[in-house]
Design a protein around this ligand. Structure first.
Ligand SMILES: Nc1ncnc2c1ncn2[C@@H]1O[C@H](COP(=O)(O)OP(=O)(O)OP(=O)(O)O)[C@@H](O)[C@H]1O
Ligand SMILES: [Mg+2]
Length: 368
């Protein structure tokens, strides 16, 4: 599966632009603010019907204009697809496959699997547990639509239970039956969510370790663990046990909304002890493991977007990443970087076929 060409009209800093890509490695070089990340974001739009960075569609329209269009021609399992995304102020976002508009955007998501690694992903390490749960949930919901429903139902039940706890806190009156109703619901949805998360992370771990070791080449011991109260006690018992505490604090302290991922290097939290390059390596390995996971599930290689990921990495690690993603296990790749010098040497030393583009002030020119 690959993107053959892309047309942009009034998208962020692009007025009008049409570019044809290589099936394999595509590199975009250019100064700060030239439009490299914006181009990758347009490719991201085509997969997820939204920007990776700005969820307000109309803010992605070129300033002072009132619409944008992104169109891409893809080859998917040897068939051609034209994907169209149009956003116009005061109108509904239009998404079309081969000129036919989707009724629901969710029908499109999954057709063009894609993984993006960008500097913003560092919040997975530096941020709180919510960021890591959000990450797990977004990856799983990409392929498991029923998971998203479970999450929504769980959140609803949690909101009701918390409201009850707050009422108990305010009035000192409590209705055992109402609490039990929400406990049953939380437990039913939460236990399933826990099982799905456990399975997902179990598959991710060995691939993640393989990739980290390949990139770092020094046998650093790293680990990734799923942390959940559900490993200690089943859901209903856990809720019962924490009820007294919940009553005092006025919200639910037990459940999968407290889950986390423990990211360790040499047995310690990587957020605290990891160097910037080690953290970056950890992230790249994690995201590449995600790539592998989606690839196996979809039986097709996702498009991989690497936005400015080489900053802080030493030349050996950069070389290892490029060698890794250029092999046949990976499909079409889009890489952005400020300067072409270091990457071009890796390409020529390792005989890696690639196309190079220069991005300058919203224009993309292929350099031959
Ligand atoms: N809606 C918009 N309309 C016009 N210009 C926009 C819009 N949104 C963003 N831009 C412009 O796009 C430019 C940023 O582009 P982008 O993030 O792609 O740069 P980049 O090439 O990735 O730079 P860096 O190397 O710093 O990461 C900025 O100059 C910004 O003003
Ligand atoms: Mg950028």
């Amino acid at each position: 599966m690959y993107l053959k060409n892309l047309t942009l009209l009034n998208f962020k800093n692009y007025s009008q632009c049409e570019t044809a890509f290589s099936e394999k490695v595509n590199c975009f070089f250019g100064k700060n603010g030239s439009g490299k990340t914006n181009l990758l974001d347009a490719i991201y739009y085509m997969s997820f019907c939204k920007s990776n960075f700005n969820s307000i569609d109309t803010e992605n329209i070129k300033h002072e204009l009132d619409f944008f269009v992104i169109q891409g021609n893809y080859s998917i399992k040897d068939e051609d697809y034209n994907i169209y995304c149009g956003v116009k102020k005061d109108y509904r976002k239009q998404f079309k496959k081969n000129k036919k508009e989707y009724q629901k955007l969710s029908e499109h998501i999954g057709l063009i699997p894609l993984v993006m690694i960008s500097p913003e992903d560092i919040v997975l390490i530096s941020g709180g547990s919510e960021e890591r749960r959000k990450y797990i949930d977004s990856v799983i919901s990409q392929y498991d639509k029923s998971y998203l429903e479970l999450l929504i139902n769980y959140q609803k039940a949690l909101k009701h239970r918390n409201k009850l706890l707050k009422d108990i806190f305010d009035t000192k009156y409590f209705d055992q039956l109402s609490i039990e109703i929400w406990d049953e619901q939380l437990s039913a949805y939460g236990t399933k969510i826990f099982e799905i998360r456990t399975e997902f992370i179990k598959t991710l771990i060995p691939v993640f370790q393989k990739y980290y070791n390949y990139i770092a080449e020094n046998g650093e011991i790293i680990s990734l663990n799923y942390i959940s109260q559900l490993f200690e006690i089943n859901f209903l018992d856990g809720l019962k046990k924490s009820f007294e505490k919940d009553r005092i604090v006025g919200y639910t302290t037990f459940g999968i909304h407290k889950d986390d991922l423990e990211l360790n290097l040499k047995g310690f939290n990587i957020k605290k002890i990891g160097s910037q390059g080690q953290q970056k390596t950890y992230l790249v390995a994690l995201k590449l493991a995600q790539f592998d996971f989606i690839k196996n599930l979809k039986n097709s290689k996702p498009i991989l977007l690497l936005d400015d990921i080489f900053d802080k990495l030493d030349p050996d690690r950069v070389k290892q990443i490029i060698k890794l993603v250029a092999n046949d296990e990976f499909g079409q790749i889009f890489i952005t970087d400020k300067s072409e010098i270091s990457l071009m040497k890796i390409f020529s030393d390792n005989n890696i076929e690639h196309k190079v583009f220069l991005v300058s002030d919203g224009n993309i020119i292929e350099s031959k």
